[in-house]
Design a protein around this ligand. Structure first.
Ligand code: WTA
Length: 649
C-alpha cells in the first residue's frame, strides 16, 4: 500500500453550502440526496430506467442490466444515437441558435458554434468519413490539438457508428504507433500542427513516423491549422478542407445503434508496458456522463461552462464533449497553454466569456497559485458560481486558495473522483447539498457503492486506509479492455470479485472518502496518467540502456514526478550528456509528459531472490528516506547502500 501522497489526516473545516446556492439547486439538502441515493442503490434498475427516459431513443430497451459472466450489459435491446442526443434533438427542440461551443484560440481570437452549426459540421464530417470507406464498427484514431475538428470528428464517428480512439496530442510517435496498432484503426485524423505556447507542434510529422508501422491505416485526413510544411503521401493522405468541400452537410442520418455497440476506445496506463484500450459503449456511457454533468455542476440554462482538460483524456471526453452537449450546455474549449502569453490566461478567458462553471486540475491550480494572487485579482471573475477539480488529490492549501481567491468564498468547490474506466464522476459533492471538507471527494454519486477493503478482502474500519472498490455495476463503467477480455477480468475483478479501482482511500466517520493515491504502478504527473512500465519501455529502447525502473517522487506543482534508475549496457559510461540524451529520447518517443525529472545511473537494482525489482525500496531511495524498510529479502542488500549514495537530490 502506498503512503498518502498528501497528508490529509488532519481534520479540516467543513463548508456547508450557502442558502443562496441551495435555494436554486436541483438537490438542495442532504435529506434529498440521501433519499435519492438510497433508492438508486436499493432499486438500481428502476432508478436507471427512470433516468434513461431523459435520452432520446429510437427504440426503448428490453432489460436494464444483465451480468453476462462478469461482462455487464446495460439497456439491451435499446437503440439510440449519441450524436443525435448531443445535437439533433436540441435543434429539433428549438435550440438551434443556442451556443454549443466557444472556441478560444491561443492567439486570443474566438469562434462560436451554435447547435445548428455544430450539427451541420458534424454531418458534413460524417459524410467525409463515409466517403472514405469508414462504416459502423471501424476504428478511427484522432490525433488533434484542441481545435473544433476534434469534437466534430468524435461526434461524426458517433453519428455513423464508427469507434473513435482519441490520442492525446502530447504523445509522441511511438506512443501513437502503439495505440493505432492496438486499435487496428483504418483511419487517422490529424492536423499539420498545433499551437502550444506560441510554437508549432508538428503533429503530421509524428503521425507519419507512427503510421509507417501500422498496416491497417488506409487513410490519413489532415486539418490545416498552422500552415507548416508537411509531406502528403499520395493515395493515403488528404486535406480535410478539400474533402469537406465536396460533400453535403445534410443527408447524413444518425445511425440507429444498439445500446451496447462500441462508442470509443481510450487508451490508459496500467501495470504492463502496453497501454490498455478502455472500451465504452453507447447508452450507458452517455446516460452516466449526462446525468453526472447535470447534477455535479448543477447546470442551469444560462451557464457558460469550461473544463480545461484536453479532450485527449477522459475528462475532456465526458465533460467537454458528451456530458455537456447531451445537456445542450454552452461549452468553452481552449486551444493553448495555460500561462500563454501570461499567467492570467485562464482568468482572462473566464472574464472574456463570462464563464460560470469552471472545472480544472489541482496541478493547474498549484502552478497558478505560485504566480501570486495579483493575476486573478486583476480580472473580473464575478461570473463564476461553481468550481470543480479532478485528476488527483487536491491538497487543502490549493483547495483553500481556489475557494478563497478564485471563488471569493461563494462558489462551492466540487472535488470529483473518477477514472477513465468509470466513464464519469463517481465520488463527489453535490453542490447544493453536500457540506465540503477540503481534500475530500466526499460522497458517492447516485447508484455508486464504494467500499474500502483490506488485503484479505475484509472491510476496513473507519479512517483505516485500504483498497478502494466499487461494489455494484453502474452504466458508465468500461465494458472490457479492447481485444483483451482476460485483462479486463484480471485487472478489475480478480482480486476481490468487485471492481478494483487501483486507488487507496479511507472513509471517515461521516462516510466521506479521502483518496490517498494509487496502489499500482500508475503515476499521476501533472494530472496525466502514466504507467511506469510504458515509460520504462521507452527508456530501454535507448541503445545504451540495459534496464530501467521508474518511481514517483513528490513535486509541489505536479503532485508527482518521475525518478528513473538506469543501468547502462556494457561499454557505456555514465555522463551528463548521456543522461540528457536518454531523457530527450523518452520525450521524443513517448512524449514530453513522460520525461523523467531525475535520472540516476545504477550498476544494479534491488531485486528479490526471484528477480523482482523492489520498487518500494527504490521509491524510498529516490525520496531520500532515512529508513529504507525491510531489505532482508533482497538477493544482494549491498546494492541499496550504493544506490542511496548516488541519489540525485
Ligand atoms: C486519480 C481522470 C484524488 C485517481 C478522471 C484515479 C483522483 C486516477 C481524483 C484516474 C480526485 C482522479 N482525487 N485522485 N478527485 N480524480 N484521481 O483515468 O488516482 O486519468 O484512479 O481519470 O486519477 O485517472 P484517469
Amino acid at each position: 500500500m502506498e503512503e498518502p501522497i498528501i497528508s490529509v489526516l488532519k481534520e479540516t473545516r467543513v463548508f456547508p453550502p450557502s442558502k443562496e446556492f441551495s435555494g436554486k439547486a436541483r438537490i438542495s439538502s442532504m435529506r434529498q440526496y440521501r433519499e435519492l441515493y438510497r433508492k438508486s442503490v436499493e432499486q438500481p434498475e428502476q432508478f436507471w430506467a427512470e433516468q434513461a427516459e431523459q435520452l432520446h431513443w429510437f427504440r426503448k430497451w428490453d432489460s436494464v442490466l444483465r451480468d453476462d459472466q462478469g461482462f455487464f450489459k446495460w439497456f439491451e435491446g435499446g437503440r439510440l444515437n449519441v450524436a443525435y442526443n448531443c445535437l439533433d434533438r436540441h435543434v429539433e427542440a428549438g435550440k438551434g441558435n443556442s451556443i454549443a461551443l466557444i472556441w478560444e484560440q491561443e492567439n486570443g481570437q474566438a469562434t462560436t458554434f451554435t447547435y445548428a452549426k455544430l450539427l451541420e459540421e458534424v454531418s458534413r464530417m460524417a459524410n467525409v468519413l463515409k466517403g472514405n470507406g469508414i462504416g459502423k464498427g471501424d476504428r478511427v484514431c484522432i490525433y488533434l490539438p484542441m481545435i473544433p475538428e476534434l469534437p466534430i470528428s468524435m461526434l461524426a464517428c458517433a453519428r455513423i457508428g464508427a469507434v473513435h480512439s482519441v490520442i492525446f496530442a502530447g504523445f509522441s510517435s511511438d506512443a501513437v504507433r502503439d495505440r493505432v496498432q492496438d486499435s487496428d484503426a483504418k483511419m487517422v485524423i490529424t492536423s499539420d500542427g498545433g499551437f502550444r505556447n506560441g510554437a508549432i507542434v508538428p503533429l503530421k510529422d509524428i503521425v507519419d513516423k507512427a503510421v509507417k508501422e501500422c498496416r491497417t491505416v488506409e487513410k490519413v485526413l489532415v486539418v490545416k491549422r498552422c500552415a507548416n510544411r508537411v509531406v502528403m503521401k499520395k493515395g493515403r493522405d488528404s486535406w480535410l478542407h478539400d474533402q469537406l468541400s465536396s460533400v453535403r452537410s445534410d443527408g447524413c442520418p444518425a445511425e440507429s445503434l444498439h445500446s451496447e455497440d462500441s462508442l470509443f476506445i481510450l487508451y490508459t496506463s496500467g501495470t504492463t508496458g502496453k497501454p490498455k484500450g478502455v472500451l465504452h459503449t453507447q447508452a450507458g456511457y452517455l446516460l452516466y456522463a449526462s446525468l453526472t454533468f447535470t447534477h455535479v455542476f448543477d447546470i442551469r440554462e444560462k451557464d457558460i461552462y469550461w473544463c480545461t482538460a484536453d479532450i485527449g483524456w477522459i475528462t475532456g471526453h465526458s465533460y467537454t464533449v458528451y456530458g455537456p452537449l447531451a445537456n445542450a450546455a454552452a461549452v468553452v474549449m481552449y486551444e493553448g497553454g495555460p500561462s500563454y502569453p501570461r499567467p492570467d490566461r485562464f482568468w482572462k478567458i473566464i472574464e472574456k466569456h463570462k464563464v460560470s462553471v469552471f472545472y480544472t486540475a489541482p496541478t493547474a491550480l498549484r502552478a497558478l497559485m505560485k504566480q501570486g494572487d495579483d493575476w486573478p485579482d486583476k480580472c473580473n471573475l464575478k461570473s463564476l458560481r461553481l468550481l470543480g477539480t479532478v485528476g488527483e488529490p487536491i491538497n487543502p492549501e490549493a483547495w483553500m486558495w481556489y475557494y478563497t481567491v478564485i471563488g471569493r468564498k461563494h462558489c462551492p468547490v466540487v472535488d470529483t473522483w473518477w477514472q477513465t474506466e468509470t466513464g464519469g464522476i463517481m465520488i463527489t459533492p453535490l453542490p447544493g447539498a453536500t457540506p465540503l471538507k477540503p481534500g475530500s471527494a466526499t460522497l458517492p454519486f447516485f447508484g455508486i457503492v464504494p467500499g474500502i477493503v483490506k488485503e484479505d478482502g475484509s472491510r476496513a474500519k473507519e479512517n483505516e486506509g485500504g483498497y478502494l472498490v466499487i461494489r455494484k455495476p453502474w452504466p458508465g463503467m468500461l465494458r472490457t479492455v479492447w481485444k483483451n477480455p482476460e485483462r479486463y477480468k484480471h485487472t478489475y475483478f480478480e482480486q476481490f470479485g468487485v471492481y478494483l479501482t487501483g486507488d487507496s482511500a479511507r472513509c471517515d466517520r461521516d462516510g466521506y472518502f479521502w483518496i490517498m493515491g494509487r496502489t499500482d504502478d500508475v503515476i499521476k504527473v501533472a494530472g496525466h496518467r502514466l504507467g511506469t512500465a510504458e515509460v520504462e519501455s521507452h527508456l530501454v529502447s535507448h541503445p545504451t540502456v540495459a534496464e530501467a525502473a521508474i518511481v514517483p517522487i513528490l513535486d509541489v506543482v505536479k503532485g508527482q514526478a518521475l525518478y528513473a534508475f538506469v543501468i547502462l549496457k556494457k561499454g557505456n559510461k555514465p555522463s551528463d550528456r548521456l543522461r540528457q540524451d536518454i531523457i530527450t529520447h523518452v520525450a521524443e518517443h513517448m512524449g514530453k509528459i513522460a520525461r523523467p525529472e531525475k535520472l540516476q545511473f545504477a550498476d544494479d537494482l534491488p531485486k528479490t531472490r526471484s528477480g523482482k525489482i523492489m520498487r518500494r525500496i527504490l521509491k524510498a531511495i529516490a525520496e531520500g528516506a532515512k529508513d529504507l524498510g525491510n531489505t532482508t529479502t533482497l538477493a544482494d542488500p549491498s546494492v541499496v547502500e550504493k544506490l542511496a549514495k548516488g541519489r540525485i537530490a
